[in-house]
Design a binder for this molecule. Sequence first.
Ligand code: AMP
Ligand code: MG
Length: 417
Amino acid sequence: MSDSAAVSNLVSFIQARQTILDNVAPLGCEQVGLLDAVGRVLAKDMAAPWDMPLWDNSAMDGYAVRSADCLHLPGVLKVTGSIPAGAVADGITVEAGCAVRIMTGAPTPVGCDAVVPVEETDDGQTVVTLLQPVKKGQHIRVRGEDVACGALFVGAGTMIRPPEVNILANFGKALVTVYRRPVVAILSTGDELVELGTSPVAGQIINSNALSLAAAVTECGCIPRIIGIARDNRESHLEKLQEGLQADVLITSAGVSAGDRDLVRDVLEQLGAQQLFWKVAVKPGGPTAFARYDSTLVFSLPGNPVSTMITFEEFVRPALLKMLGQRRVVRPLFKAVLRDGVKKKPGKLQIIRVRLEKEDGLWYATSSGNQQTAILKTMVDAQALVVIPAECGAVAAGSEVDVHWYGNYCDLEGAAE
Ligand code: AMP
Ligand code: MG
């Protein structure tokens, strides 16, 4: 078969991702404690049950005054009371020619239309002298100015971060409704695999994919369930795949190419899963398959660890984020200048492991090393992934390309200088 004929049988990267996202919806909701909601997505609009702040209050430690008494400097006022934080101002009035000492956050008393910070006075206890001009309304936080009663203060679809925790707590919300976290079954396949903790003998390799997939699932905010290894025979595949299909999502690694012992797709079909695509025009990650079984999504990823991680990043992660109710599920692309040229024929989208650095306001992408899929260390060294569209041929050094971060690298050395 010619190259172009081979490529024409494949689903494009863009179409593959679209098919996945079209088949995913946010899961149901659950109520959780406020701190258990951190990093998760709110499933209900939240309207303010009361005004915030609930009363007019002082923004400074100082004196509650009538601004009309303060037109001439230095103004001298009689101090007639004091309102500490936590007190109420009931029964306290600022009379003409008088001032009331007040603490930050304390309710402003009747008659007060301005607060004078203590720094702008002589700090007098019985009589106070004002040293600076006073404007009506200054340093008073007005009832409801932050959020008015009934107003939306956090919308459904918002990720809960410390600021959301703060405002939810302010409105007394000890429990919040968030989208459920998908349970993701992780199944490895292959007779060569042994578990971490066993010493591999010749021909054996450690089942590292299960662990890095579990790490990636956790990083997305979902719940990984490693269900072990399906050996290269039908019975073992039947048993293990059946177990995995109980989860919200099943991810398998390896056994999805066209080899005699690549049984994953066959056995999934036997179990009644509906395959939505197999083989994508992408490098690495070509043999990826995607299927549905009732409401369970099944991602069959290639076994080569680099391919497994990259296909998780590009195909599985967006699906998991959408299930969690997140709105932005694909990492944003930005431009970088390629330091090294890339050999490529038109036909497949190519993903390149790179490091990034900023120079004179431009991002530069340097290959993290050998890009063969069997080379794991260059994945370890990669901060970001360059995405070369399928239709592109060779890309010369110095060309501008699309890139996205891989993992949370923004804080790492060299990443954002
Ligand atoms: P396969 O798709 O079964 O041909 O596997 C492709 C490559 O991935 C082989 O080199 C496997 O040894 C390797 N591989 C498969 N499964 C795993 C796994 N769970 N952990 C690490 N490497 C794996
Ligand atoms: Mg295998």
